[in-house]
Design a protein around this ligand. Structure first.
Ligand code: SAH
Length: 362
């Protein structure tokens, strides 16, 4: 059993089964034995690969998006560039390289990275060596001032509850331990969840994501700026069990190796948008498909420019990466982009035609 597993076993023996959300939170964020504290998860040698690791184009285009949005904001003299869950720091490194031709923007920005994982903080420091930056455990310690906030594959890692429809109505899914193994089970008490569902259906809810989103929205309403949130998930709330455990690029059991596998679930963009809209003074743009967002920012032209300076083999790799990022059947369709701006501000780049960009339109 993993060291975290031993601790969970003890916890369950003492005070009973824990919710799936609590299991997820402990597996991912236990400060000592949790997945993000102790592992180096991202990249070919890790457990999963994210868009900034697939191609430099992803971070470059987001860097340009930041510079354009900053101009749209009236080019404030000081702006906080904030990234939630920066992983290996690749997105930020590529973004800052792409805006080297924008010295005024570079002079205006101060960099803030919100990261709980100690090992990943180390990777970020290494990747961003020489660039002044501050690290934070959450958003509460961010300085005041307008912000440009980025979050790629951050929300999927925040814990979510699961409810299952039983003959007696919706019950919360919990995790218990018996005879050497962790098991799912349904809470004895009924839940307050009220929505249609057939026996066996699962519905996921994440107050942690909603709180984070509302906090971002409140900060934008108060300080001005923009937020760009990209993650995998669905446009509309729906029943479905999307919780998954991944290790070394393969799906593994949710319960076999607590603390050693990544646990995530799909983001419900309808609910996330609603959490942002609950804050007065904020406007939600999108969600749109990632592929359409990146196309609108000019990823195809960027790929062509990179290919012109590349060997044949590199050119093929660029084509493969481009396809993975924008194809509707791959990350281009599974991932969605959502932006927030203060009410009345124009839509940010990539969100100008929301209806067309939501559909598989080109
Ligand atoms: N954005 C990166 C990494 C995605 S993985 C990329 O696209 O490659 C999720 C990231 O969020 C990791 O950096 C992880 O350590 C961080 N993270 C997870 N939960 C967090 C929390 N509650 N607070 C701050 N960071 C968190």
């Amino acid at each position: 059993m993993t060291p975290l597993g031993a601790r969970l076993k003890e916890m369950i023996a003492e005070s009973g089964p824990i919710s799936v959300a609590r299991y997820m939170a402990l597996c991912l964020n236990d400060p000592e034995l949790g997945y993000y504290a102790s592992r180096a998860p991202i990249g070919a040698a890790g457990d999963f690969v994210t868009a900034p690791e697939i191609s430099q184009m992803f971070g470059e285009l987001i860097g340009l998006w930041c510079a354009v949005t900053w101009r749209q904001m009236g080019a404030p003299e000081a702006v906080n560039l904030v990234e939630l869950g920066p992983g290996r720091g690749s997105l930020m490194a590529d973004a800052l390289r792409a805006v080297r031709a924008e010295p005024e923007f570079l002079r205006a920005l101060s960099l803030h990275l919100v990261e709980t994982g100690v090992r990943l903080r180390g990777e970020q420091q290494h990747k961003l060596a020489g660039i002044p930056a501050k690290w934070h455990a959450d958003m509460t310690s961010l300085p005041p001032g307008p912000l440009l906030l980025l979050a790629n594959e951050f929300f999927d890692a925040l814990p979510a509850h699961q409810y299952e429809m039983s003959p007696a109505g919706w019950r919360e899914r919990q995790v218990t331990y018996r005879d050497g193994e962790f098991y799912p089970l349904l809470a004895a008490a009924p839940s307050a969840l009220d929505r249609p569902g057939e026996i066996g259906d699962v519905f996921e809810q994440s107050p942690a994501r909603n709180r984070y989103m509302a906090e971002i929205a409140a900060r934008l309403a108060a300080e001005g700026g923009a937020a760009l949130i990209i993650d995998y998930g669905h446009f509309d709330s729906a029943n479905g069990d999307t919780l998954q455990a991944v290790r070394a690029h393969r799906a593994v059991s949710l319960f076999a190796e607590p603390g050693l596998a990544d646990l995530t679930s799909h983001v419900d963009f309808e609910v996330l948008g609603r959490s942002a809209r609950s804050v007065a003074g904020v406007q939600v743009h999108g969600p749109v498909m990632q592929g359409n967002f990146l196309r609108a920012l000019g990823i195809e032209a960027r790929a062509a420019a990179l290919q012109r300076a590349a060997t044949d083999e590199q050119a093929r790799d660029i084509a493969t990466a481009l396809h993975r990022l924008i194809d509707t059947r791959q990350m281009g369709g599974l991932f969605k982009a959502l932006a927030l701006r203060p009410r009345g501000a124009p839509p940010p780049a990539g969100f100008e035609r929301p209806a067309a960009l939501r559909a598989g339109a080109r």
